[in-house]
Design a binder for this molecule. Structure first.
Ligand code: PEP
Ligand code: MG
Length: 754
């Protein structure tokens, strides 16, 4: 057989359109469709399997297999070659299918005489709803073009399968239990805060009415016009004042580049040339991408695919006249957006004043829409499994971004609890605002420096709102992650200068690049490692690739000219690493000086203490540093050998355990004796009870996320340290797993507000 040239497939598509639009029952039309495909593709067999409830694929129509097998032959997803196509949502083409280990023989079909097999998934809305198969007697080697053709046909067929005429639409959608019962869905925290409102399904599915087109040139022109209007909309966004700078701008600039991505546009162009309308072509490329996305583990690639997906949705809206786009005018005043995923531009389609929350089926903390949502202060929960299947438009929903959970159709009790929590939150916020300018001093006059952690330029506004004493940890890698390429010295200098400008004289501790582990940069291919937390990460990378570190240090030096530069190195495991990093810094200082460039007024260099080994070199370390900061997140993971990202063991060890507190007390005593300031900048420092214990251990600087400033300051102002210190001395000798309860009782008994 000839390779399926576009014209062949166009003829097939036109005939399919006629059959599908013609009379008869859905089953009769499906019968005609498989006959047509078999003839056109010169295959002895063409069969269509449809997904039924319970993840079973049922033979619905066949040309070439025994007709008596229709509705009898059933395969589970993952069973046999057909099940394999469905399980992986990818095509399969085998010249000798029967010798394939997955081949599952079904005698009722009489298929033993057919040797070659090609199967493609029938996909709708990113889900496999069936499998389309052709078979030949000979050992035929199907070409890539033939696979493409069958995929295109499968896409057209998806409309028929999903129409609800063959099987109930509900069968095509896996639903757990009774969809109308109240539900709690667990996800991950992508942005803190609580939102109560009603569900608005982001981008209700656009129904493509015209699938096949006669004139590819006209379709290509429509595609170009749609792309141009998206680019115009982006340009309009860039001109808005809130888009002047910040990482959300970087994110959208990267996104704009996608509108010109040759590979992606090329695929859409090909699909148009094969006879599809522009919208059907976009949908096809989009569906292929979505189906394959489930197989992709590389977070950067997934992120890119999300952006492409958003772009595809936008294109579909434009191409179908935009009539089914986001219902801007009708947005309720308390909208909770529900989406499978969202592109960075999407949130701007909605009035942010009406958005109370966002729930995504997918998502990761570095995903682009999460960065934008943080800028707009909208609570977000990600990875809320199957939420789109479980929520109907207008359902009442509560987004609990603080705990990564979503309540759908909550009972009155739950609703009352959250309404009450929201009111209390507002009251507390007012209380914390009043505390803003009061010092963090204990009842017995111990001063604590309360600093803030930041990672995005947009966090900087909280520095002044919260009344923090400065930025105790600026995670420099996050802006790197929002871009598509390593920022050069000039771009970094500009960014760090903006940060220092916004700090307006309050100190900022910049942390040198800390990537690897769970923080993957888009443009660095991560090495596959069995244990990335213990692997090539952080300072280990930057000492091995000193150019990256040198550039960053150069940018930091230039940004802080005429001011103070505070800088710390992450993940230092031994003094020698710090010495090496400092040497790189000294060389950069020398270079700047030799080039006649001005330098910062003063430079303070510190180290993070995250790897326990370093604590056993305190005497060698302390003379070399201006300050030390304990990164308790990594420290806990290394001290207890517990992966910080693994929820199964997350609760197993408590940082308020004698071991951890003894460790911190030891480090604090060493630092105090050497008069080297010590801070704690991990999550632990931001929880009032933990912060109380840290202060009792001798820590006097805490660096916490901005929402924790108020609660921790409240605790500090009600604490008398001397009493607690004595009490803790005794407790540290106890064999208890955790001192949490005892510390809590202490707080209650002594009027400490937690
Ligand atoms: C830490 O490990 O505690 C820390 C502050 O660094 P990060 O969370 O960025 O690894
Ligand atoms: Mg760390």
């Amino acid at each position: 057989m000839q390779a399926a040239a576009p014209s062949v497939s166009r003829r097939l598509l036109a005939r399919l359109r006629d059959v599908m639009a013609g009379g008869g029952t859905a089953e009769e039309r499906l019968d005609k469709v498989v006959t047509l495909i078999a003839a056109d593709m010169v295959a002895e067999v063409c069969s269509c399997y449809v997904m039924r409830a319970g993840e079973v694929l049922e033979l619905f129509a066949t040309e070439g297999l025994k007709k008596t097998a229709v509705h009898k032959t059933r395969l589970r997803v993952g069973e046999g070659l057909v099940g394999d196509v469905a399980a992986h949502a990818r095509p399969l083409a085998l010249a000798d299918a029967q010798s394939h280990p997955m081949f599952a023989y079904r005698p009722e079909t009489g298929e033993e005489i057919f040797h070659s097999l090609m199967g493609v998934p029938i996909i709708r809305g990113g889900r496999v709803i069936g499998v389309l198969v052709v078979q030949n007697r000979t050992m035929r080697h199907y070409t890539d073009e033939e696979i493409e053709t069958l995929e295109t046909v499968a896409m057209v067929l998806a409309e028929l399968v999903a129409s609800g005429e063959l099987v109930n639409r509900e069968e095509l959608v896996p639903v757990d239990g009774n969809a109308l019962l109240p539900l709690r869905i667990e996800g991950i925290k992508l942005n803190a805060g609580v939102g109560i409102g009603v569900a608005v399904l982001h981008q209700p599915r656009i129904t493509i009415r015209r699938l096949v087109a006669e004139d590819p040139e006209a379709e290509l022109a429509r595609l170009r016009a749609a792309l141009a209007s998206i680019k115009n909309a982006l340009d309009e966004l860039f001109s808005r004042p809130e888009m002047r700078d910040g990482e959300h701008r970087d994110v959208l600039e990267t996104y704009r580049m996608f509108t010109e991505d040759k590979g992606w546009l090329g695929k859409i162009g090909e699909a148009i040339r094969s006879g599809l309308t522009a919208e059907a072509a976009v949908q096809k490329v989009h569906d292929d991408m979505r189906a394959r996305m489930s197989q992709i583990t590389d977070p950067y690639l997934r992120e890119r695919l999300h952006d492409f997906e958003d772009l595809a949705n936008r294109l579909l809206q434009h191409l179908s006249g935009g009539e089914e786009g986001a219902p801007r005018g009708e947005l309720p005043h308390d909208a909770i957006l529900i989406a499978r995923t969202m592109g960075p531009m999407d949130l701007f389609d909605y009035d942010p004043k009406r958005l109370r929350g966002l729930v995504l089926e997918e998502g990761s903390p570095t995903m682009h829409v999460a960065i934008v949502a943080r800028a707009l202060d909208i609570p977000v929960v990600g990875r809320a499994k199957d939420v789109l299947d479980k929520v109907e438009s207008h359902d009442p929903v509560i987004v609990d971004g603080d705990n990564g959970q979503v309540f759908v159709r909550p009972s009155d009790d739950i609703r009352d609890i959250f309404s009450e929590a929201l009111t209390q939150r507002e009251q507390r916020a007012a209380h914390y605002a009043r505390l803003r300018d009061l010092p963090a001093v204990t009842r017995d006059d111990v001063s604590v420096k309360l600093m803030m952690n930041a990672g995005l330029l947009l966090d900087m506004s909280h520095l002044h709102d919260s009344g923090a004493d400065g930025i105790g940890l600026y995670r420099t890698e996050l802006p790197f992650m929002a871009r598509s390429a390593l920022p050069d010295v000039a771009a970094q200098t500009l960014l760090y200068r903006k940060i220092l400008d916004q700090a307006a004289g309050k100190p900022v501790v910049f942390r040198a690049l800390d990537v690897g582990g769970d923080k993957i940069l888009p443009y660095w291919n991560p090495y596959e490692e069995d244990n990335p937390a213990l692997g090539w990460r952080s300072i280990r990378i930057t000492l091995d690739r000193p150019a990256v570190l040198r550039h960053q240090l150069r940018a930091l030096l230039r940004s802080a000219v005429g001011r103070e530069l505070r800088l710390m190195f992450p993940m230092i495991a031994e003094v020698a690493e710090l010495v090496q990093a400092r040497r790189i810094l000294d060389l950069e200082i020398e270079r700047e000086r030799a080039a006649g460039r001005p330098l910062p007024d003063s430079i303070q260099v510190g180290t993070m203490l995250e790897v326990p080994a370093l604590a056993f070199q305190m005497d060698a370390l302390l003379p070399l540093v201006d300050f030390v900061s304990i990164g308790s997140n990594d420290m806990t993971q290394f001290l207890y050998a517990v992966d910080r990202g693994n929820p199964r063991i997350a609760e197993r060890y408590d940082p308020l355990a004698p071991a951890m507190l003894t460790f911190i007390r030891y480090v604090a005593a060493k630092c105090e004796a050497a008069r080297v300031p010590l801070s704690v900048c991990g999550e632990m420092a931001g929880r009032p009870l933990e912060a109380m214990a840290l202060i009792a251990c001798g820590v006097r600087i805490l660096s916490v996320a901005s929402p924790s400033i108020g609660p921790v300051k409240t605790m500090i102002r009600t604490l008398a340290v001397a009493q607690l210190k004595d009490y803790l001395d005794g407790l540290l000798k106890s064999p208890d797993r955790s001192l949490r309860d005892k510390l809590k009782s202490f707080a209650i008994d002594h009027g400490v507000t937690l």
